[in-house]
Design a protein around this ligand. Sequence first.
Ligand SMILES: *Cc1c(COP(=O)(O)O)cnc(C)c1O
Length: 380
Amino acid sequence: MGLSTDSIHGGQWKDPLSGAVMVPIYQTSTYEQDELGKHRGYEYARTGNPTRKALEDCVALLENGAVGFAFGSGMAAIQALLTLFKSGDHIVVSANTYGGTFRLFDKILTKWDMSFSYVDTTNVAAIEAAIKKNTKLLFLETPTNPMLQLTDIRAACEVASAHEVLTVVDNTFATPCIQQPLNLGADFVVHSTTKYMNGHSDCVGGVLIAREERWREPLHFVQNSAGAILGPMDSWLTLRGLKTLVPRMRLHQENATLVASHIAGLDGNHRTIFPTLEDFPQKELFLKQMKGPGGIVSVALDHFERAKRFLEGLKLFCLAESLGGVESLACHPASMTHAAVPEKERALLGITDGLVRLSVGLEDVEDLIRDIDQAWNLAH
Ligand SMILES: *Cc1c(COP(=O)(O)O)cnc(C)c1O
C-alpha cells in the first residue's frame, strides 16, 4: 500500500467490542488472565499495550521495516538502540548530530567505556577512515540540523556493511515521506516523533524501527527491561498525528519552498539554506536521495543583533525550540538548540551567531511571508 493508506490504516483495527473506527486508548496497567499461565497476548503494560502496538506496527510499515518500538522520547529510542552495544565498542557519528544525541553519547555512554568518533559523514571516505576494529555502529543524521547537510545513505551503508558495521539513520527531519533509509541499506531508523511524525507539538515521543525480523526479540527485550515506553495516550495522539503525515509534509514543503525563495530574494547580506535554492551545495545528492526539500529553512544573517531583531520582530512565527508542528516556529540555534556545542565547534559547523532556523508550518503562506517581511524590515 501507499504511505497515505498505511499511515491511516497500518497496524490499526476496528474495535471488536463496539465497532469504534479508531483504535481505543487502552489506559490500563495490567490485563486479566483467563487461567493460570493463559493470557490474551497482554500481561503487563510495560511489556505490551494495544494502542502502543498499533503505533509501532504503523511506523514499521511507513519505514518499510520488520518491526518498530515506541519510546517516551526520541532520546529514549536512541538510548534503547545503544544498549545493544557494550563497553569497548566504538561508534562513528555524524559530526553535526542533534545536540541531545551528542550529550547522551559524550556525557553518559562514555562513562560505560563506549567510544565515539564524530565525523563529517557528508564525506564517505571520512566514514571509512574512522572505522576501527571495534567499530560496531554508524550513526547518521541527514539532513542535519540546522545546516541541512546531506549524507549519501546508500554509499555510507555500503561502506559500513563492508566492515560489518550496523547503520542507523535519525530520520526525524526527513520523515518516510522524503526518504526511507531502510530501503537504502540502513539497519535501523530512529525518529523523534515529537517533530513531524506526530506533527502537532502536543506530545514527546520516539520510535526505533529495524529492517530485519531478527531484531524483534533483542529490541523488545531492551524496551521491556529498561522500560522507557510511550504511554497509551501519547501513542494514540501520535497515531492520530500520523494519519495526516503525507498531506502535512506536502504542505510543509510547499510553504517552505515559497518562504525560502522569498527570503533568498530579500535585500541584505544573508544566505538562505534550502535544498531547492540555486546555491544549495549538495544539489545532486538532494535530487538523488530525497523526494522533497523538507520544511526547515535556515537563514544566515550577518550578525547576532540582526538575528535578534528579526526573531523578536516575528509575530506569527513563534520563538521556540523544536520543529515539525503545524505552527511555524523560529529559533536561534547558537543560543538555543546548539548552546551546548562549544563556540569553536559551532563556527566549524557554520552555526554562526547570525543564524536563524525556521520550521515552516501550515498557516497560509501569504501570512507567513507578510510576517517575515515586517520582521525583516525591523532588522534591516
Ligand atoms: C528532537 C530530536 C531528537 C530528540 O528527540 P526528543 O523527542 O526530543 O527526545 C533526536 N534527533 C533529532 C534530529 C531531533 O530533532
